[in-house]
Design a protein around this ligand. Sequence first.
Ligand code: MF3
Ligand code: CO
Ligand code: CO
Length: 267
Amino acid sequence: MSITIKTPEEIEKMRVACRLAGEVLDYIEPFVKPGVTTAELDRLCQEHMENVQGCIPAPLNYAPPGYSPYPKSICASVNHQVCHGIPNDRPLKKGDIVNLDITTIKDGWHGDTSRMFVVGGDGPILAKRLCAVTLECLWLGIGQVRPGAHLGDIGAAIQKHAEKHSFSVVKEFCGHGIGRKFHEEPQVLHYGKAGTGVELRPGMTFTIEPMINAGKAAISELPDGWTIVTRDRSLSAQWEHTVLVTETGHEVLTLSAGCPPRPASLG
Ligand code: MF3
Ligand code: CO
Ligand code: CO
């Protein structure tokens, strides 16, 4: 399959699925407190998606080639976990950083977004800086999206900013086209060279979801077959939006009322 260009009707359905994914994060934020388990956060999000929003949680039983079916409805990646953390019964502690990654299916269309939360509202200065710089990386990548730009422009902007802050970019996982399918072409790398790669065209929809490590870039997979951790056990952060290429630039489809805005630090 090649890169799909969405029609105006399809884009309208993507807007709905994507806004709902953002609204799950708005809903769950007040529950992310010391003592709560990620399994409880998973249960609350699943109930909200299924019973309030009338959505399907896309991760549940998701099984790409070579993977066992994913057992939960959200991903919850804590501290040195990079992505795809499986919710479990360990309580979160004040100062932990956790990424919650939500993917909804509404009317056959997917919306995919994730945010970082600092448990208890405050944590180590490095953890907070890593979360802030990673959000800046996401928005610098989004800022490159317009017709005629290249995928490499996104990766280059993200890599430059992360490395300027002495952080490193995870190379093994990337953003992705999204639509009727959870993961479509193209792959959206979070590193690379400006002017290289696929040229962007109106109607493309894809995610940008940089994973940035405080230490080295290398990762390992845990024996559960899903959870990715930093090899050096340094902290890792990730933020994700689903983005549409418009005639004049871009539209961020996963914005919601409680979503942190584009950082003012970027000017
Ligand atoms: N939501 C993740 C992404 O951004 C993918 C999670 S796959 C799962 O692409 F099976 F772990 F949910
Ligand atoms: Co994604
Ligand atoms: Co995601």
